[in-house]
Design a protein around this ligand. Structure first.
Ligand SMILES: NC(=O)c1ccc[n+]([C@@H]2O[C@H](COP(=O)([O-])OP(=O)(O)OC[C@H]3O[C@@H](n4cnc5c(N)ncnc54)[C@H](O)[C@@H]3O)[C@@H](O)[C@H]2O)c1
Ligand SMILES: [Zn+2]
Ligand SMILES: [Zn+2]
Length: 387
């Protein structure tokens, strides 16, 4: 079959790989109809999240069930499903406590309680390096989905792939950021990063009763997207002092909720890179530092952006003095997905309006390039296998 294969940093290309097959009786083989490129995939492309061997990329995908293992009961051939990105067994301690990204069984080679740099990770993720389980991803014609009865969700026939594809990751991720803040209604929510995850957090903030949603990003075309599709107020850090502006909008206090939808690879200066090298840091916590400043006392900062090392000068004093509630980690997609499917079905939220590029899978290298280098006003790339 054909697939998007990571070979080395900077080199993800359309390649021929062996077809997946049922390996365990609980597996499902999916014929992928649509798949997307995520900001998390860019950390693999850049080499910041290392992968030694060639690997099929992709953790945002959906498709048609092609074959089911002998023990799969809930799915049958020809069902149309979306697949959440964390691979969860469904019966371990964490899976039964609403914490599927900590599943104890799916990442059996590198799982551990430590959460350290080179080992002891959480649940396996599709197409996300050997450390996260070594599973092939879904930027491919076919993909093996383990624990077929646990995570995949059948989606209504009348909804297009594009309407439901982002239920696999970015909408539940944006939703987590807001749910973790336990909003009561009327909150001002400032979202740093107006890429796909930030845009989804903006949507989730409105659904959860925000009175104002502020999008922050150095790229004006992404702010334009936030204004057009999500009616957000927008701030460009190259043009205004973002912290002053947010305080001016909130009686001097700061935003009730701040979301870091940027992560450890923000826009960086040469000096930022030097500092990171000297301190053995991966990237920078610049965006997160902005969140700590912009949030009001006793507010919540939800960190959806990925962070990949220790960081010197972490401003813990500010977090303490302001009494900030911090929530961080992989999105527990399974906790939300059924509710979120209903929101889409009931037209309470629209997800496909962030798509800027739909490409055949054969053009995957181009898709990665424009998404990574922010060319052609790229916000979100959907890939179509078999084309
Ligand atoms: N926690 C999870 O479960 C989860 C799930 C999906 C993605 N992620 C992570 O979320 C992050 C965002 O993903 P994405 O797909 O939106 O990626 P993206 O790279 O397209 O978006 C990041 C955005 O941040 C902007 N940015 C850069 N520096 C900034 C700064 N200093 N202040 C404000 N904005 C800045 C960029 O211009 C860009 O628009 C990534 O780190 C990704 O790995 C986490
Ligand atoms: Zn993702
Ligand atoms: Zn489990």
């Amino acid at each position: 079959m054909k697939a998007a294969v990571f070979h080395k940093p900077g080199d993800i290309r359309y390649d021929t790989m062996p077809d997946p097959r049922i390996e365990l009786a609980t597996d499902v083989i999916l014929k992928v109809t649509s798949t997307a490129i995520c900001g998390s995939d860019l950390h693999i492309l850049s080499g910041a999240v290392p992968q030694p061997e060639p690997m099929i990329m992709g953790h945002e995908f959906m498709g048609i069930v092609q074959e089911v293992g002998a023990e799969v009961k809930r799915l049958k051939k020809d069902d149309r499903v979306v697949v959440p990105f964390p691979i969860a067994c469904g019966h371990c301690f964490f899976c039964t406590h609403g914490a599927s990204p900590a599943c104890e069984n799916s990442n059996y080679k590198h799982y551990g309680p430590d959460g350290d740099l080179m080992d002891q990770k959480g649940a396996a993720l599709f197409g996300y390096t050997d450390l996260y389980g070594g599973y092939s991803g879904g930027q491919a014609e076919y993909v093996r989905v383990p624990y077929g009865d646990v995570s995949p969700r059948i989606v209504p026939d009348n909804l297009s792939d594009e309407q439901v594809l982002f239920l696999t990751d970015i909408f539940p991720t944006g939703w987590s950021a807001i749910d973790w803040a336990q909003m009561k209604g009327g909150e001002v929510v400032a979202i740093f990063g107006s890429g796909p995850v930030g845009l989804m957090a903006q949507k989730a903030a409105w659904v959860n009763g925000a009175s104002r949603v502020i999008a922050i990003d150095p790229l004006n075309y992404r702010l334009e997207k936030a204004r057009v599709v999500n009616k957000a107020d927008t701030l460009n850090p190259h043009e205004v002092d973002v912290i002053d502006a947010i305080r001016a909008m909130t009686g001097g206090r700061g935003a009730d909720v701040c979301v870091d939808a940027v992560g450890f690879e923000p826009e960086r200066t040469f000096m930022d890179k030097v500092k990171a090298t000297i301190n053995f840091e991966k990237g920078s916590i610049k965006a997160l530092e902005m969140c700590f400043k912009a949030v009001r006392r006793m507010g919540t900062v939800s960190i959806m952006g990925v962070y990949g090392s220790t960081y010197d000068n972490f401003p813990l004093h500010r977090v303490f003095d302001k009494g900030i509630t911090l929530k961080i980690g992989q999105a527990p997609v399974l906790n939300y997905i059924d509710h979120l499917i209903d929101l889409v079905k009931d037209e309470k939220v629209v997800l496909d309006d962030i798509i800027t590029h739909t490409l055949p899978l054969s053009q995957v290298s181009h898709g990665y390039k424009i998404f990574d280098e922010k060319e052609e006003d790229c916000v979100k790339v959907v890939l179509k296998p078999g084309q």
